[in-house]
Write a protein that binds this ligand. Structure first.
Ligand SMILES: [Zn+2]
Length: 638
């Protein structure tokens, strides 16, 4: 049986486990998946109907479209990402509404496909600009990449149907148009590469993987026109094999990198895989926020220089979080290295979980780590014209993030665990069941019971009887110093990394991992200038933050300093930290018309200020109690 999962390499030290083998029952992620299924999927379809993004397909089919078409050139991709989310959801739960939506949307998309497989609502019909006349900004191949990922979800959860067939025709069209000896173009926004590579795997079409390789190798040679932001914006400045670090538009860089891992693995191209691993290392070490967020610059939605990680101007697009998980999961499957699943955990709890509102009908696009002024209360019926705003919005003018969250949550089971040659590895902890078939045909299964991340106890109950030994491996996160493992009546300390228990397990046996999720203080590398003199507080995998709504007076957040030498106290899933409101005095900036810069170091005023305990809440829940100002990095009391 093929695995129903987004990434299925032909080789690697570990094998992914799909929806038929892993299920989540409640808990932190189960609740979010339920909201995604019950609210977000329909919400996305309603908005795309309301804005005419769906009708764009009808107008192409009816011959009535033109240059006045509503939506950006990439709005087709939102329909495809929703189709992908629906396909995972239908495969995950058998939800008849998801199944009906797949058929409804596929029928409309299929009518718009040209005879030769070309499919796009913005180019090539009526008075519109000709096909592929703007590879830099037109997003035609980008859109098709998302269609292919939707088809991968469908063929692996359901089998070949109209959606898969139309993606196959589109892929054939792309190979004919951009194949060897044909037009040597690439798309300004990578995505076709990762779509082609996986569709090639899913359908056994080697040509598609080869076309992905061609697109990858054409990039980085100034293939696209130069633009004011420079060719680094779309990673056409340096070939991916030679690049040292991620740069330019973060989502583009990461989608491209995901495809590079796929191609490297399929081709046994260790040089390419090594290049990507080095890029991951440096970019994660120097260009990534404590939340796992990526992208420091608003002007190009892009990475900054090394150490350029301002908290208030952090962009950290939700889609970049999704794309970072795509990259890290592929690198884990290619190497078995647990540091990749560590970053996935950080990104899941602090970027993916942050975006949707509890009702699943509003989203963060940008995810700054410091909101200086409370945002405006958002209007459920309004399209937000911008990515940042300090409150979650129902929909955006550029609305890439909601459908990206939806497809990630609908396929989340696929990122929890994997099979090794000798057993099971569990990487993300949720109330769940995990089953696997080992290469020798043995079937092993476990049930995970946990209240993680609120509590750090993870009980893994063996649900299979095997006479021969096998290995159960559990990830101990890098932050979890002091973790312990209990099995067979013995408790021992375990270090971060993969902890393995190997024996002939009997059904009903329990292995318990105890992760110390108590709040802890985290210091930044001093080279991150923007947060020098500050610390953050984390609890388990969650980054915490202070919010203005929890402070004694509205301007309190600017004056807040904390005592980094007193241990943060546990406080129902968050923390309390010793703090003071102690503004720096001596500048005249506060009185208006003043000046913020002095000839001498300003004195700290307010020594008489009372110490109190400031409550810190998980960052992913910020702005859920109305607009607020917020900060993750807290200045320390000197
Ligand atoms: Zn986005």
């Amino acid at each position: 049986m093929t695995e129903a999962c987004p990434v299925l390499p032909q080789r690697g030290p570990v094998r992914p486990l799909g929806l038929a083998r892993v299920s989540i029952a409640g808990g932190f992620w189960g609740g979010r998946q339920a909201v995604n299924a019950a609210a977000t999927l329909a919400h996305c379809e309603e908005w795309m109907e309301r804005l005419g993004w769906l009708a764009n397909f009808d107008r192409v089919a009816d011959g009535t479209t033109g240059p006045d078409r509503p939506g950006w050139p990439f709005s087709d991709s939102e329909v495809y990402k929703l189709l992908e989310a629906l396909a995972w959801e239908s495969g995950r739960t058998g939800d008849p509404e998801a199944e009906a939506a797949i058929k409804r949307l596929t029928a409309r998309v299929a009518r718009a496909q040209d005879q030769d497989g070309y499919l796009n609502t913005c180019f090539g019909h009526g008075e519109q600009a000709p096909r592929y006349s703007d590879l830099e900004g037109g997003h035609e191949l980008y859109n098709l990449g998302h269609l292919m990922q939707a088809a991968v979800a469908r063929v692996r959860t359901h089998g070949e149907d109209d959606l898969v067939r139309l993606a196959r025709r589109a892929a054939d069209h792309v190979c004919r148009t951009f194949g060897p000896g044909e037009r040597a173009g690439i798309c300004g926004h990578p995505e076709i590469e990762v779509g082609l590579a996986e569709l090639g795997r899913a359908l056994g079409e080697e040509r598609y993987v080869e076309q992905a390789r061609l697109f990858l190798d054409r990039r980085g040679h100034g293939t696209l026109r130069d633009i004011p932001l420079g060719r680094a914006y779309f990673q056409d400045d340096v070939p991916i094999r030679e690049a040292a670090v991620w740069r330019g538009h973060a989502v583009r860089a990461l989608y491209l990198t995901a495809a590079a891992v796929d191609v490297a693995v399929e081709r046994g191209d260790d040089e390419l895989l090594g290049a990507v691993e080095r890029q991951w290392e440096r970019s994660v070490a120097r260009r990534t926020y404590i939340t796992g967020g990526m992208g420091s610059r608003h002007q190009d939605e892009g990475f900054g220089e090394d150490w350029e990680l301002p908290p208030d101007r952090a962009y950290c697009e939700t889609c970049a979080g999704v794309a970072s998980i795509m990259v890290s999961w592929r690198l884990y499957l290619a190497t078995g290295d647990v540091r990749y699943t560590d970053l996935i955990e950080r990104t899941l709890y602090n970027v993916i979980a942050t975006s949707p509102s509890p009702d699943g009908r509003a989203f963060f696009y940008a995810n700054p780590l410091h909101q200086r002024a409370p945002g405006r209360a958002s209007d459920d019926g309004e399209v937000s014209p911008r990515a940042e705003g300090g409150t979650r919005a129902a929909w955006f003018d550029v609305s890439c993030c909601p459908t990206n969250v939806a497809r990630t949550l609908a396929s989340l089971e696929c990122y929890l665990a994997a099979a090794s040659d000798d057993g099971l590895q569990i990487h993300q902890y949720a109330p769940s069941t995990v089953r696997a078939e080992l290469p020798d045909g043995r079937r092993v299964a476990v049930e995970v019971e946990t209240g993680y991340p609120e509590t750090g106890t993870v009980r893994v109950r063996i649900a299979s009887d095997e006479a021969a030994p096998w290995t159960l491996a559990l990830r101990v996160p890098a932050w979890a110093a002091g973790a312990t493992l209990t099995e067979g009546g013995r408790t021992r300390p375990v270090d971060p990394g993969l902890v393995e228990v190997r024996r002939a397990f009997r059904a009903g046996e329990v292995v318990t991992l105890e992760l110390p999720v108590r709040p802890r203080i985290t210091w930044p590398d001093p080279r991150i200038d923007a947060v020098r003199g500050c610390v953050a507080v984390e609890r388990g995998p969650e980054v915490l933050c202070a919010e203005s709504v929890d402070l004694p007076h509205p301007g309190g957040l600017d004056a807040l300093v904390i005592d980094p030498h007193s241990d943060p106290r546990e406080d129902s899933g968050g923390a309390r930290v010793r703090a003071r409101l102690r503004p720096r005095a001596g500048t005249t900036a506060d009185v208006g018309g003043g000046w913020s810069y002095l000839a001498a170091r300003p004195d700290a005023a307010g020594d008489a200020a009372e110490w109190f305990e400031v409550p810190l809440r998980p960052y992913h829940s910020w702005a859920q109690r109305g607009p607020s100002s917020m900060r993750v990095w807290l200045p320390i009391h000197e």
